[in-house]
Design a protein around this ligand. Sequence first.
Ligand code: MD3
Ligand code: FE
Length: 218
Amino acid sequence: MDALIPRPRREVAPGAVHVPGWLSPAGQRELVTACRAWAMGPVPMRHTRLPRGGVMSVRTLGVGWHWRPYAYERTAGDVNGARVPEFPDWLGDLGRRAVTAAYRDPAAGAAYRPDTALVNLYQDGATMGMHQDKDEKSAAPVVSLSIGDTCVFRFGNTATRGKPYTDVELESGDLFVFGGPSRFAFHGVPKVRPGTGEPATGLTSGRLNVTLRVTGLE
Ligand code: MD3
Ligand code: FE
């Protein structure tokens, strides 16, 4: 929603910065269009199967690298064996602008070289349990962009998946950057609020989250 109630930039924890409304409506539409194209294949968006028999309620696709539990690959070995799309230059540029804006540090932004995007689609009550992202061999920041329905994002601590944690509402266009001491914190999405998104984004229902990462792999 447009800021009837202002939501200022906020450092939620050291290295974890929330920048509400950072991505313009046009930027959101462009990202939705790109995600639709990636979802057409060669690797479809799918519910990831977990090694212990579970299936994630979120649907995911990878750009640059494919993530499977618990490794990155160039080909989607747990889907159809196809090679993932190339990570485009414009997405790296978006990541550098995002890090610059969140940290107010152009040098940190300029040095950022993401090589993968994980796209998560939340529909029909999908949620994500508390977890750490530690399959990357780099401690570089993760950039998160939210589009569509508002969610409750739960940002925890590095020691346990339980308390203490902070709940933050992420709305369409919000940027969140997780670096430094926050990079390996537990986090999750316990709730999405249906019907809170704007059709102008090109997403008529659900929530899309794009995270940019540095895998540290060759
Ligand atoms: C904090 N995605 O894809 S984005 C994920 O909204 C993931 O779809 C959630 O957790 C989503 O792994 C949360 C925010 C996020 C992403 C990566 C992080 C927070 C993070 C990595 C380290 C610390
Ligand atoms: Fe995560």
